[in-house]
Design a protein around this ligand. Structure first.
Ligand code: SAT
Ligand code: MN
Length: 590
């Protein structure tokens, strides 16, 4: 059954072993062709797995509902299965591969009986680029196949690129019974293997994304001297045509897609400024021959949060979803068979079918779309996609930005003093939790470099790897921290965000060129309020000063809290970070 498509014995062995275990009736290899995709859409619609949306208004768009208990990543059921528990570190769940493999085999045994197993050869990154890596995912879900065909580069050219002997990341996914008690998202970094069972939710089952491109790739990156980061990549074009590139790490559902697709305020546009998107979620970063850091986006689409996306917040993302897109767990407007979610329009339609399939009216008192409902949109649809999107070498980074969702303490923007201090700034990131993972929302937690759920090895080693990378880059990007989420006394946001974040990007890039002075504070360089352009904004300098203010008392407490957080890393915590923490504490006491 598996002959003919490849001579790579390792691929054949993996596919055969998967089939032997799960016992599908049929095996279908995915070539990614339009004809095959159309046939799969047809089949999924005939079984109710997907719903065809209004093809005039939303050509090529489809709708899917996950199970009610399966709407987000499940961090407590996501494991790093390396041989030595110590290598997974204190921020990951760990299971011994000796225990995990047999357990997973038991769960998956015979679970594809009566079903089809699809074999998806895919590339993370442009096929043929030295940056790229190939994966093979087997799955019994058409929804997964169709999403992977948007999110990654799928096709037999991936098998060709592998050749007879090439290595790849093995991904096994079986829906099984969508039993939350037997749901496991398991990573075996030492074996280049991912196994995901009992889920059908994107982040748990599109194995090229978080599982491969972050957890496995972060492990590979450390071994091979590069980095896999939870970062968007954007390019700013200046009126004179020069371009600068920025990578920015934010936790899930904190606005990466919005920042990546930002439309600058009018006076910037009039001058000729433009922002282009290279990626909205993941960056693979290497040291170039010129001694700079170069980044590629290994993905091919956007798996974005739908609620809150609208013509004001992110017209580019909205435009990207108008064709060839899969919507998951949003609401359906039955009047014209299109989609709706909270925030799409100010006035909700009078009647919807909500994400659970129930009739919904504005009086229902519940959300029509799940807060973590998603669109899976092809990157090429995005009006501001960068011409460098398909570049084999990526783009050189001028700045790296970290950012969390913090109601207090962290100012709108500050710059680190140097690379190691920048690593410290990333390592102390905290953010309020969002609906992207199961569990309480709005709880402040540490999320170093926005990688807490995604680092495939010991976080202390990960910090050390960042420090090491700094030694290899002759011209490192400058490192900043931003916080778009400062709140006033009544819980109101104090910064407009969205397109106006261009004003902060502008300051950041001026700092990269040494074009502007800044105030040295206890935590790093903070802008003088006069240097943040507020032209055209109804905004007071007083508010700006408020959100730029560094409150030493608060930061002193923060430093104590960081010391607590750091304890878990023991002797894996790099000295450079300890030194920076001591400096922060001392600066706050001055
Ligand atoms: O669900 S995903 O993990 O793919 C998206 C996210 O949470 O960042
Ligand atoms: Mn993400």
């Amino acid at each position: 059954m598996t002959q003919g498509y490849t001579e790579n014995q390792k691929v054949l062995d993996f596919v055969n072993a998967s089939a032997e275990l799960a016992q599908p009736d049929k095996i279908v290899w995915i070539d990614g062709s339009d004809a095959q995709i159309d046939a799969l859409r047809e089949e999924a619609c005939s079984t109710g797995e997907m719903i065809r949306l209004n093809q005039e208004k939303l050509p090529g768009c489809y709708y899917h509902r996950t199970a009610e208990n399966d709407v987000a990543r499940v961090e407590a059921r996501t494991f790093i299965c390396c041989r030595d528990e110590k290598d997974a570190g204190p921020t990951n769940y760990w299971m011994d591969p000796k225990e995990a493999y047999p357990m997973l085999r038991e769960i998956a045994r015979g679970k594809m009986k009566g079903r089809t197993m699809y074999v998806i050869p895919y590339s993370m990154g442009v096929v043929g680029s030295p940056f790229s890596r190939i994966g093979i995912e087997v799955t019994d879900s058409i929804y997964v196949v169709l999403n992977m065909c948007i999110m990654t580069r799928v096709g037999f050219n991936c098998l060709e690129a592998l050749g007879k002997d090439g290595d790849f990341v093995k991904g096994f996914h079986a829906k099984c019974d969508i039993d939350p008690e037997k749901r496991y998202i398991m990573h075996f970094p030492e074996d280049d293997t991912i196994i995901s069972v009992n889920s059908g939710y994107g982040g748990n089952v599109l194995l090229g994304k978080k599982c491969f491109a972050l957890r496995i790739a972060s492990y590979l990156g450390r071994k091979e001297g590069w980095m896999a980061e939870h970062m968007l990549i954007l390019g700013v074009t200046y009126p004179d045509g020069t371009k600068k590139y920025v990578a920015a790490a934010f936790p899930s559902a904190c606005g990466k897609t919005n920042l990546a697709m930002l439309i600058p305020p009018k006076h910037y546009r009039d001058l000729g400024y433009k922002v282009e998107t290279v990626g909205d979620d993941i960056a693979w970063i290497r040291v170039g021959e010129d001694g700079r850091l170069w980044a590629v986006n290994p993905e091919n689409g956007f798996f974005g949060v739908a609620p809150g996306t609208n013509d004001h917040s992110n017209p580019n993302a909205l435009a990207a979803t108008r064709k060839g897109t899969i919507f998951t767990n949003v609401a359906i407007d039955p009047s014209d068979n299109t989609v709706w979610w909270e925030g799409l329009t100010k006035q909700p339609p009078e009647h919807l079918i909500d994400w659970l399939g129930h009739d919904w009216t504005p009086a229902s008192g519940v959300k029509a779309a799940h807060p973590n409902s998603r669109f899976t949109a092809p990157a090429v649809n995005c009006p501001c996609i960068s011409p460098e999107f398909n570049s084999k070498t990526g783009v050189p980074l001028d700045a790296i930005i970290f950012g969390g969702r913090r109601a207090t303490t962290t100012p709108l923007v500050y710059q680190s003093r140097d690379w190691n201090h920048g690593v410290f700034v990333g390592s102390i990131m905290s953010s309020e939790t969002t609906a992207a993972a199961t569990g309480a929302v709005g709880v402040l937690r540490h999320d170093p470099m926005a990688m807490k759920p995604f680092c495939g090895y010991h976080m202390g080693d990960y910090f050390a790897h960042w420090i090491e990378m700094g030694k290899k880059v002759k011209n490192p990007p400058k490192i900043f921290n931003v916080n778009w989420f400062r709140q006033g006394e009544n819980g109101e946001f104090l910064w407009p965000g969205f397109g106006d974040n261009m004003r902060v990007l502008d300051w950041i890039l001026k700092r990269c060129d040494d074009k502007i002075e800044a105030q040295e504070t206890a935590i790093g360089y903070v802008p003088y309020a006069k240097d943040i352009d507020i032209e055209g904004l109804d905004y007071s300098v007083e508010t700006l000063e408020k959100i730029l203010y560094v409150d030493k008392e608060r930061w002193s407490k923060e430093a104590d809290e960081i010391a607590e957080f750091y304890k878990q890393f023991g002797d894996k915590l790099p000295q450079e970070l300890k030194d920076n923490l001591a400096t922060l504490k001392a600066n706050c006491e001055k």
